[in-house]
Structures are given as structure tokens and as C-alpha cells.
Design a protein around this ligand. Structure first.
Ligand code: ZN
Length: 510
């Protein structure tokens, strides 16, 4: 056994614990009776502490030192060198975070999330305010512990998105605003809503489930190594590439809810299922810093895959031209009077709205920018928690031309801040940008890709994505992956082109 092998075996144990934690989380969000929450919370805390003590240990330090002196620096681009670098970086960051602070955040997070849920229901921001203030203070402490050069946000986003900084994000946001705001203005000016009267009908849940399974299998989700369940907040979670769980949620009157959530989560699942088998239980599938044990390059990179399959494939005209007959087969009465084109238009309606998770492709990133700008201002101390509802509503008016009628549909709508998830929101927008960039690169490299997709052959795209991106797990950063496939780091132009092209056509803009 070499020192590297010893270290790998040690990390594999840590990896196993993270997968077991994920199993408990999956069960908690899909199957567990509500009364189990308190004891499940203690189980998760015990296991998290155990996992952290295995990673932040003398043994890790000793094995890491030995392995580093063994692996030659000439080897710097190999998976071995990449794995060592990841372990070293994560180890140094973990060591800087006091275990006290982690415990405090976990304890406050559980309580704060419960208070938030109640405040949201009752539209009562003042009750949530003291918890949010404490959570903000702990996040500022966390940022100071991790360390940063320019902005505390840089330390927090590091947990989810290596290589991203607040300065870079501000540049990205400026580019997106310059493209999206004028496009939105032109769309809104068209006095011709694309909605059709499809969502008055009722859609049997068992039939919806069959349809979700069919569509996700069609794009390549492997049910030999995965399963689909329902959950109030859809998510994907994996316990290695051989056991990947996806979820969706069903609304008896609104069919797109289950279909697009299933495609989205299957897009996450495809990433995990197609990581190279030899990376299983290694540092290159271990999420040392994040909260969900993601096996891909970053949270944004993971979101690229879900958005690509949900939106660029699943909301395309070609997809519904081919598969609309499946809707008609499952729901013959409901879809008797309509056609593929009308359905395509209905599920791509653009409309400024109050709620992020219901936003269309054009307005979605505006919701993210608003949140990230507010997070940055909070961390800087430029804005206080007291002023939040007012700042939120002003930004909604500025970007979307709407003022929330209450805080429930405004500043209280998302769970993230309640449990302390500062720094996570940008990953959604990074995913959207990456999805457009990667799909453009795939088309450039495979001239017959459009024809294959038009025939319903999704395997060619899946194979290309697997070879170029998925299989590498966490070996390369998002920028490195993008440079390999497109010759450029993260770039907003392909997303803006995609939106301009698709929605000019849909809304007849010239
Ligand atoms: Zn997602």
C-alpha cells in the first residue's frame, strides 16, 4: 500500500458516512412521519459530528502529508493530484472553522427554519427578524473564519462554487441585466398572452407519475440505478452513482409542476449516474464543504445539468412535437382540443411574477440577482435586517415592475436565509449560464446533434455530456470544464443569445 492508497481508503470511509447521511435526509424528506423530526435531527447531528471528526483529524493530516510527498508535482494534472489538492484545500478550510461555530449554526438553523415557516404562513416578518439577525451574524463570523480578500461573500460562496467571487458575479449580473431587461420589456409590450385554458382540468396523479417516469427514462435516467418518489420540495440526492434518487411534486390541476420538476431533478440525476465508476468513494466525488454531498464539479455545475434537461431540452418545441402524444395518451380528454404547439407556448409563457420558483426562463435570473445583491449588502452592513422588506420590494419594482402585496410573497418566500444558506443563490444563475454555453458547444462539436434531438435520440447528447463533463466528477472546476468544451470560461453570451432567439420567435418580436 502506498501513502496515497492509505489516504484514499481513509477518505472512502468519510465518503461512506456522507452517503449514509444522505440516505437519512432522503428518508426524512420523502417517507418519515412528521413526529420523527426531532430524533432524526439528533441522528443527523451525531453522524455529522462523527464524519467531521474523521476528516478534521491528525490521521488525515499525517496521511495527506505522506501522500503529497509521494505524488510527483509533474503529475499535477492527474486525478491523483487533483484529489490531493481537493483534500488539502478542504482540510485547510475546515481547520479554520471553529467547531463551536458549526454547532451554533446547526442549532440555530433548525429553530430558525421552524420560525421562518410559521412567519411565512402568518405573513409576520417581525417574528422572524431576530433569528435572521443572529443567522446573519454567524454567517459574518463564518466568512471571517474562512477568510477572504475583497468581500465576505467570497468566503461563503466558496462552499458551493469554487472560482466564483463577488466581483465576478457583479460583472455577470451587469451583463445579464443589459440583455434581459430590454428583452423582457419587449415581451411585456406584446399584448398577446401565450396561456391556454389547460389548467382548469384535473390530472390523475397516478397517470402523472407514469408520465414523469416515461419522460425521465426517455432522456436517459437509469431506473436500474435510481428511483422517483414524491416530495413537497423536489430534490435529487445520491448515495454513489449506483443509487440516485429523484423526486417531484404533483398538483392535480397543474400538470407542468410534476413534469418539469421531474425533468429538472432527472437532469441532476444524470450527472451523478454518469460519473466514472472509478471515482466512486474517492475525493473526486466527495463534497467536503457543501451541505448535500454533490458529486459534480460545483453546485452551479450541477444546476447546469438540471436546467439543460429541464429547459433547453424539456421546454423545447422539438421535445413536445415528439412527445405531446404521450400527454394525449395519458390524458385523452384534457388534451383533446389542443396541440403540441399550444402546449409548447403555454409552458413557455413569460410574465413578471413575485415567486422565484414559479418564474420563467427570462425573468428567473432577475430573482436571483435581487437576492444576491441583498445578501452582499447585508454582509457588508450596508443594509440592516430591519430594512429588508423595504429593500426587497424596491428591487422587485426596479427589476420586475411588481410590488409584493405582503412579505409572504416577498422577502419571506425562500427558506435559504433561515438555515444560514448565504452564498448559495448564485449557483442557480451560474447553472443557467453554463447550460446555454455547454449546449452551444455540443452543437458546435456535433453537427448532427440537432437532427438527433429532433428524432428523439437523447443518447448522443448524454454520451457527449458524460464524456466531457459528468465523468470527471469534481476533478475539474466549472471554468476548466467550460474551457475544455467551449474554449472559454463562464460566459453570459450564449444564454442571452438563446433567450433572445427563443422568445423573439415565441412572441413574434422583431
Ligand atoms: Zn436544481
Amino acid at each position: 500500500m502506498t501513502a496515497y492508497d492509505d489516504l484514499t481508503a481513509h477518505i472512502a470511509e468519510y465518503h461512506d458516512l456522507l452517503c449514509i447521511l444522505n440516505t437519512l435526509k432522503w428518508d426524512m424528506r420523502t417517507m418519515m412521519p412528521a413526529a420523527g423530526a426531532a430524533s432524526r435531527g439528533r441522528q443527523l447531528a451525531t453522524l455529522t459530528t462523527l464524519a467531521k471528526s474523521i476528516f478534521v483529524s491528525e490521521e488525515t493530516a499525517r496521511l495527506l502529508d505522506a501522500a503529497e510527498s509521494e505524488v510527483a508535482s509533474a503529475d499535477s494534472d492527474s486525478y491523483r493530484a487533483r484529489a490531493l489538492q481537493q483534500i488539502r484545500d478542504a482540510y485547510e478550510i475546515h481547520r479554520r472553522i471553529p467547531s463551536d461555530l458549526v454547532a451554533q449554526m446547526a442549532a440555530l438553523g433548525a429553530e430558525s427554519e421552524a420560525v421562518w415557516a410559521k412567519s411565512r404562513t402568518e405573513n409576520d416578518f417581525p417574528s422572524f427578524k431576530p433569528y435572521l439577525s443572529q443567522m446573519l451574524a454567524l454567517n459574518i463570523e463564518l466568512a471571517e473564519a474562512i477568510g477572504y480578500e475583497d468581500h465576505p461573500f467570497d468566503a461563503l460562496i466558496l462552499q458551493f462554487e469554487p472560482g466564483m467571487t463577488s466581483a465576478r458575479l457583479q460583472q455577470i449580473f451587469a451583463e445579464l441585466k443589459a440583455g434581459v431587461l430590454p428583452l423582457l420589456e419587449r415581451i411585456v409590450a406584446v399584448d398577446q398572452p401565450l396561456a391556454i385554458d389547460l389548467w382548469e382540468a384535473e390530472y390523475d396523479l397516478a397517470a402523472q407519475k407514469k408520465l414523469c417516469r416515461e419522460l425521465t427514462a426517455l432522456i436517459g435516467f437509469d431506473y436500474e440505478r435510481g428511483r422517483l418518489d414524491s416530495a413537497p420540495h423536489p430534490f435529487e440526492i445520491s448515495f454513489t452513482r449506483d443509487d440516485v434518487r429523484i423526486t417531484t411534486r404533483y398538483d392535480a390541476n397543474y400538470l407542468p409542476m410534476s413534469l418539469f420538476a421531474a425533468l429538472h431533478e432527472a437532469g441532476h440525476g444524470l450527472y451523478e449516474q454518469n460519473i466514472a465508476p472509478e471515482l466512486t468513494r474517492t475525493a473526486l466525488t466527495t463534497d467536503f464543504l457543501g451541505q448535500y454531498a454533490v458529486g459534480g464539479a460545483s453546485y452551479g455545475a450541477h444546476e447546469f445539468s438540471s436546467r439543460l434537461w429541464e429547459n433547453q431540452i424539456g421546454r423545447s418545441r422539438g421535445f413536445w412535437r415528439l412527445h405531446f402524444n404521450r400527454l394525449q395518451r395519458h390524458f385523452p380528454e384534457q388534451f383533446a382540443g389542443t396541440d403540441a404547439e399550444s402546449f409548447y407556448r403555454a409552458v413557455n409563457r413569460v410574465r413578471p411574477s413575485l415567486i422565484r420558483v414559479e418564474a420563467d426562463e427570462v425573468t428567473y435570473n432577475l430573482h436571483i440577482m435581487l437576492r444576491v445583491e441583498i445578501e452582499m449588502a447585508l454582509l457588508e452592513g450596508a443594509v440592516s435586517v430591519d430594512e429588508l422588506p423595504e429593500i426587497w420590494n424596491a428591487k422587485m419594482q426596479e427589476y420586475l415592475g411588481l410590488t409584493p402585496p405582503d412579505d409572504r410573497r416577498g422577502v419571506l418566500q425562500d427558506v435559504h436565509w433561515s438555515f444560514g444558506g448565504f452564498g448559495n443563490f448564485p449557483t442557480y444563475t451560474i447553472g443557467n449560464i453554463m447550460a446555454a454555453q455547454v449546449l452551444a458547444a455540443a452543437h458546435a462539436q456535433m453537427p448532427d446533434l440537432a437532427a438527433k434531438l429532433a428524432d428523439g435520440d437523447y443518447q448522443a447528447l448524454l454520451t457527449w455530456l458524460s464524456e466531457n463533463i459528468y465523468r470527471h466528477g469534481r476533478a475539474y472546476s466549472p471554468d476548466e470544464l467550460l474551457t475544455r468544451v467551449s474554449g472559454e470560461e463562464l460566459n453570459t453570451a450564449p444564454l442571452l443569445d438563446y433567450l433572445e432567439h427563443k422568445y423573439s420567435d415565441l412572441y413574434g418580436l422583431r
